[in-house]
Design a protein around this ligand. Structure first.
Ligand SMILES: Nc1ncnc2c1ncn2[C@@H]1O[C@H](COP(=O)(O)OP(=O)(O)OP(=O)(O)O)[C@@H](O)[C@H]1O
Length: 891
């Protein structure tokens, strides 16, 4: 006997089991390689096509076709990807964004290849490999799940996988063949992807976009499983599959019916959204070195003129945009997409290239721009507003879409790297599925161009004018105070906050500006084609756009325009899929391109590497030294060292003084900070008076850094107070404390490699007073550059400079904030003796000038030399505090 719920459960189990297969592959691949395989869906799709090709077109017997496709073809894709792309990245210690872009490259390349080989027409004849009942797929899931668990638990290979994931280098040193582990991981992941595709394809119409997106949505189950537990992935996949199916039996009627249908049809996409928004996800290693060279080219804010190559690129770009005025009508109609798409891609440049926030959902905002424009032009559909003429509708649409940038902006405040990328993708997919795919939202959309706008030539001119305005706006944004703050945030969030940058607000701003630009571009795309096409804003297309932007230079506005021209040109001039395949291939070559993608080629490379004029490590300048009072240690150290070469500063430049310093007492009162199970700081009271250096010392794990973070605002105490000059600052975030005069440096350098040396310091100067006039900030920066002898390096990228120089840059940033209290976390780490000697002199001079200085330091000689007061911690508590020099020897 059967009943409806039981039948539905059975049907749901088939989908759930397919999602479980995908989940198993994603988890295993991630555990073996540390890469979340975003190309899983594309591998599933090409395998499904291969199965169909061999059985339906070539008439191979199933007994041959199935093993060839699933056991040879799909795993070979995985193996090849590892060998050609990912192993190299692993060896280079590439960050998660580089891996993510490479995955997107693979994804885009496979989608493009499928277009070229099989065309865009959906195919409804994918053969079924398994019986229609779910039990066969479930049996496959059970066998695979059990096999993975058994291999993980009981075999040497399982141990090797854990070792490689923990620490690839260490594992290799102890004899583990890490390459073999990642090859097997990729091959297995690709095999499960192929299996998923083969199971799902018969129930769908097979096309290059649909199946990949469906499989990407099944990432939900791997994410719910924390990319760790195969069991949780399988259980959640089956539960979601069954729930999705069961929801179809309810028919509440009215709007609830549409809502239920939309939720049911998109349950995996919504589960992914819920998982990334609600779960506290932390993927091991996924936030490490998030925004490396793949996003950041040479700094473009240097004072020196743009290189002739960059200038020529801009002129070429402008000529390219003017060319369509001479086109025939049909070609001009196609070219209408270029400026519009350039605006959408520019939005990715602002959010990802400038701000470092990986945003995979910009297609959603572009679609909203088009949809709102159409609805507003039709009238009465948005907030009861009347019908507007098309240009006004477009601008109102932009205004309405911009605040929706907060949909990803808010989650982005607490998310980074891979988790943020998944969040933006999930939001974009949800917008597409819950809005664009709903007939109720998209019927009656009017995107006609009437009057002058109906003339393509005029409309193209209007598009160019809007693009030019946007480029000027983005350029002003990039080169000003906000641009520097964005660059700082992209390169090192904690460092940016310590320099006074209000990181959460800046993230919101980046996403809002990004949403506005994307909506403007989307609206123009819609008006250009005079229709709203939901498929034009498909999340998969958004991934292709993202890959294109990164390939052309994520932080290059000109790159965005060229990328748009290439995509549109190839799409109209060749067959479908060529543009996608080209972008995919270029994305895979990204590791071989200069930093900053193709745009990096057009920028002056000497400034980036800095090899021509970067001084050798430790060659600190002399200016200022003559004026400094040498203390006994300074004299001892300096005596042992060769006299430094004269001056890195230009000849005749007078050594500059410090900005005026006025110290304030920094106090911690009964500060306690607990982590799960550990009381890292336990009721510590500490005073840092002005005009003196106070040393905070103690053994490893004593709680020094935690206390330091509580003082600077990087961490909040669970109990106790922090006061600066008598003002309670306990509740203030780090950037607000920095703006009040509490500057800090980090144990692990927190400089901004994508900015020049001067801009690293200028960020601190101009954030200090929260909007101080830039001219005075520039003067202070120059003074600090002179003081630290960094003038000759001012226009060099911080990337690639020696550690000693970077410590000075970081110190310079703190000094440029005209602090009243300065916190230094092991400032001598990585310095050579001469640099240490100079640091000693400088710190003495700062204290003499009246600054309150707190120094975390292990080196006892240095502490005794520098500190007028010492605070010794052990196991989270104060062990000793006093003001006698030489006390650490007694403590
Ligand atoms: N985020 C965290 N989560 C859990 N425990 C933490 C965290 N940060 C610090 N701890 C724990 O708090 C204790 C104090 O750590 P802390 O880094 O403050 O010590 P430290 O004196 O600065 O050590 P070191 O000199 O090695 O830098 C240690 O037991 C550490 O493991």
């Amino acid at each position: 006997m059967s009943s409806l719920p039981l039948d539905l459960a059975q049907a749901g189990l088939t989908v759930g089991a397919a999602a479980a297969l995908s989940g198993i592959g994603l988890v295993v691949c991630y555990r073996a390689t540390g890469v979340l395989n975003l190309a899983q869906g594309a591998i599933a799709m090409v395998t499904a096509y291969a199965v169909r090709q061999t059985i339906v077109v070539w008439h191979w017997p199933r007994a041959l076709a199935v093993p060839v496709c699933l056991l040879v073809f799909a795993p070979a894709i995985g193996w090849a990807l590892d060998a050609v792309v990912f192993r190299r990245l692993q060896r280079r210690g590439a960050g998660p964004v580089e891996s993510l872009v490479a995955c997107l490259g693979v994804f885009v390349l496979l989608v493009g290849a499928a277009f070229l080989l099989w065309g865009p027409t959906p195919l409804a004849d994918a053969p079924s490999l398994l019986p229609s009942s779910p039990w066969a797929v479930l049996a496959v899931v059970a066998v695979l799940g059990a096999a993975v668990a058994a291999v993980g638990r009981w075999t040497a290979f399982g141990t090797q996988v854990r070792a490689v994931v923990d620490n690839r280098r260490l594992a290799e040193l102890s004899g583990v063949d890490a390459d073999r582990v990642s090859s097997v991981g990729w091959a297995f992941g690709a095999f499960t992807a192929g299996l998923t595709g083969a199971v799902l394809a018969p129930g769908l119409r097979l096309d290059p976009y649909g199946l990949p997106l469906l499989v990407m949505e099944t990432m939900a189950v791997a994410v719910i499983a924390g990319l760790r537990s195969v069991g949780v992935a399988v259980a959640s996949a089956l539960a979601l599959g069954v729930l999705q199916s069961e929801l179809t039996q309810f028919h509440p009627g009215g709007w609830a019916q549409s809502l239920l249908q939309a939720v049911g049809a998109n349950l995996f996409a919504l589960a992914l959204l819920a998982a990334v928004l609600l779960l506290r996800l932390r993927f091991p290693g996924s936030e490490r070195r998030a925004y490396q060279a793949v996003l950041t080219g040479p700094p473009i804010m240097a004072r020196t003129e743009a290189s002739p190559r960059a200038f020529a690129t801009r002129i070429g770009c402008a000529a390219l945009l003017l060319l369509p005025f001479a086109f025939r009508p049909d070609d001009l109609r196609a070219a209408l997409q270029v400026p519009a798409l350039a605006l959408v891609l520019l939005s990715i440049v602002v959010v990802t290239g400038y701000g470092g926030q990986v945003s995979l959902g910009q297609a959603g905002y572009a679609g909203l721009g088009a949809l709102f424009t159409g609805l507003l032009a039709g009238g009465g559909r948005v907030l009861g507003l009347p019908a507007f003429p098309a240009p006004v509708a477009l601008l109102v649409a932009v205004v309405l879409a911009a605040p929706l940038g907060l949909l990803v902006g808010w989650p982005a405040i607490r998310r980074r790297g891979l988790v943020l990328a998944l969040t933006t993708f999930a939001v974009g997919t949800a917008i597409s599925r819950l809005v664009f795919q709903q007939p109720a939202a998209t019927t009656g959309v009017v995107l006609d161009r009437t009057g002058l706008l109906g003339h393509d030539r005029f409309f193209y001119g209007l598009e160019l004018a809007l693009l030019a305005a946007a480029l000027l706006l983005v350029r002003a944004l990039r080169r000003g105070r906000i641009g520097r703050a964005l660059g700082a945030m992209r390169d090192h969030e904690a460092g940016a906050a310590a320099a006074g940058v209000d990181v959460p607000r800046l993230k919101l701003l980046a996403f809002v500006v990004g949403a506005a630009l994307a909506a403007l571009g989307g609206g123009l795309l819609g008006l250009g084609g005079q229709a709203f096409d939901p498929n034009a804003f498909d999340p998969v297309i958004g991934l292709i756009w993202f890959a294109a932007v990164v390939v052309f230079g994520a932080d290059s506005a000109v790159g965005a325009v060229l990328a748009a021209a290439l995509l549109v040109g190839l799409d109209t001039g060749t067959v479908a899929g060529v543009s996608t395949a080209v972008v995919g291939a270029l994305a895979l070559l990204l590791g071989r391109l200069p930093p900053g993608g193709l745009a990096g080629l057009a920028r002056r490379p000497a400034r980036w590497t800095g090899t021509a004029s970067t001084p050798a490590p430790g060659s600190l300048p002399v200016p200022g030294l003559g004026e400094l009072r040498l203390t006994p240690l300074g004299r001892r150290l300096a005596a042992r060292l060769p006299v430094p070469a004269p001056s890195a500063a230009p000849a005749g430049e007078a050594p500059s003084g410090l900005p005026p310093l006025a110290g304030e007492r920094l106090t911690a009162r009964n500060v306690t900070r607990r982590f799960a199970g550990v009381t890292a700081v336990d009721g510590v009271t500490l005073a840092v008076p002005p005009g003196r250096i106070t040393a905070l010392t103690g053994p490893n794990g004593a709680g020094k850094s935690t206390l330091f973070d509580c003082l600077s605002g990087a961490g909040r105490p669970d109990a106790g107070q922090v006061l600066l000059g008598g003002r309670d600052i306990t509740g203030l975030p780090d950037h607000a404390r920095a703006r009040l005069g509490l500057a800090r440096t980090f144990q692990q350098l927190a400089v901004f490699p994508g900015l020049t040396v001067a801009d690293n310091i200028l960020v601190g100067a101009e954030q200090a007073a929260g909007g101080r006039r830039t001219s005075s900030a520039v003067e202070e920066t120059q003074a600090v550059l002179r003081l630290l002898g960094l003038t000759a390096l001012r226009d060099h990228a911080a990337a690639g400079l020696p550690t000693g120089t970077l410590r000075l840059v970081e110190l310079g940033r703190a000094l440029a904030m005209a602090p009243t209290a300065l916190l230094l976390d092991e400032p001598a780490a990585g310095l050579d003796r001469r640099e240490t000697a100079l640091l000693v002199e400088l710190l003495h001079r700062l204290a003499d000038g009246g600054l309150a200085l707190l120094l975390v330091e292990h080196d006892r000689e240095l502490v005794d030399e520098l500190a007028g007061g010492v605070h010794v911690m052990r196991a989270g508590r104060t062990q000793f505090h006093g003001g006698r020099v030489g006390v650490t020897r007694d403590a």
